[in-house]
Design a protein around this ligand. Structure first.
Ligand code: KIV
Ligand code: ZN
Length: 386
């Protein structure tokens, strides 16, 4: 039976923490609407205690979101919890996302707290939060660099105090897939009542492994993945939502797990996030990069024309591209050129076609990118190549 993996989108919180990706309220609402169209399960709208702007964003997003759960991030501090409660008061399904670091380096240098102090803070804060929220997520920040026995004590303390989702962040993108998969299995074997909670993962991309690690965790039983559109986030970013979703779709036979994401909104959402943050998506970015479905080499173009599955493991339409894109360039073959002529209603004789193709190839040697306009001009004899 296919299992369901919840998508917890943190574009508006961790994503916004990317250098230069700050969004204003209007832009955040635009992204939130897009996330609802995508059918994200949980939308992390911000960190209420971090600024007045974040508080207002959570408040306004809570008013417009009707299907998804809206989450607010909070430290283990009563004032933070109260602010999150106020900001989320209009949410139909509010979630409090509590976090504290559990690794020796974070406890010593950042928190300046002993392990016992961290444990009592977890117990007290989750219990306090439980008087206000029924849906509580607890994150053990820097979990992958924590001592395993202490991590389990921290997670069990949170579960016993009332947390309903337990999140394992690879905060500094330190883990690797085989290791992370084993880590998640071992956590599920050691926590109390694993059947009563949802195990979540939150992977950063410092080694370029955020998607691979998240998928490895799903294979081991994680049932919530935290991610962002286009993979934006602190430093090298978070796991990219589009990659997780499409990997689980395309390789469902291997993972036996799927998300509820409406994939046809992936590309439009990627464009919205890129436009509002000003963060340009690299051309070869999986799924949403402008080259992700382009076939330049003649052999590839010919193959795709005969049967798309020769070089496409998913269709561009499935992720929201309007049409299949073939670009003509230096490596394009006669088939692609013929196809372009036919699609653009240019009826030419075999002789003319041969001549045009020759000119097209000469043009390719001169120009790096051949545009639709160049091709039109070539056919209309407005370009003389020589
Ligand atoms: O990366 C991280 O550890 C976080 C937590 C707040 C979940 O973003
Ligand atoms: Zn993070």
């Amino acid at each position: 039976m296919t299992e369901t993996v919840k998508i917890f989108d943190t574009t508006l919180r961790d994503g916004e923490q990317s250098p230069g990706c700050t969004m204003n309220l209007k832009e955040k609402l635009q992204v939130a609407r897009q996330l609802e169209k995508l059918n994200a399960d949980i939308i992390e709208a911000g960190f209420a205690a971090s600024s007045k702007g974040d508080f207002t964003s959570i408040e306004e997003i809570s008013k417009i979101v009707t299907n998804a759960t809206v989450a607010g991030l909070s430290r283990l501090v009563e004032n933070d919890i109260d602010l999150s409660f106020d900001a989320l008061k209009n949410a139909q399904n509010p979630r409090l996302h509590l976090f504290i670091a559990t690794s020796p380096i974070h406890m010593q240098y950042k928190l300046k707290m002993s392990p016992d102090e961290v444990l009592s803070s977890i117990e007290n804060s989750v219990k306090y939060a439980k008087t206000k929220f029924s849906d509580i997520e607890f994150s053990a920040e820097d979990a992958t660099r924590s001592e395993f026995d202490f991590l389990i004590r921290a997670l069990n303390t949170a579960i016993k105090a009332g947390a309903t989702t337990i999140n394992i962040p690879d905060t500094v993108g330190y883990s690797t897939p085989l290791e992370f998969s084993a880590f998640i299995s071992k956590i599920l074997e050691n926590i109390v009542s694993p059947e009563k909670i949802t195990l979540s993962v939150h992977c950063h991309n410092d080694l370029g492994l955020a998607t691979a690690n998240s998928l490895a965790a799903v294979k081991s039983g994680a049932r919530q993945v935290e991610c962002t559109i286009n993979g934006i986030g602190e430093r090298a970013g978070n796991a990219a939502m589009e990659e997780i979703v499409m990997a689980l779709n395309v390789r469902n036979n291997f993972y036996n797990a799927k998300t509820g994401i409406n994939t046809q909104f992936i590309v439009p959402s990627s464009r919205t996030v890129s436009a509002v943050t000003g963060s340009v998506v690299q051309p070869n970015k999986a799924i949403v990069g402008k080259n992700a479905f382009l076939h330049e080499a003649g052999i590839h173009q010919h193959g795709v024309m005969e049967n798309k599955a020769t070089y496409e493991i998913m269709t561009p339409e499935e992720v929201g591209y309007k049409e299949q894109q073939l670009i003509l360039g230096k490596h394009s073959g006669r088939h692609a050129f013929e196809n372009w002529l036919a699609e653009n209603n240019h009826v030419v004789t075999k002789e003319e076609e041969k001549e045009l193709f020759k000119k097209f190839k000469q043009l390719c040697d001169k120009k790096k990118t051949i545009t639709e306009r160049d091709l039109e001009a070539l056919v209309q004899n407005k370009i003389s190549v020589g």
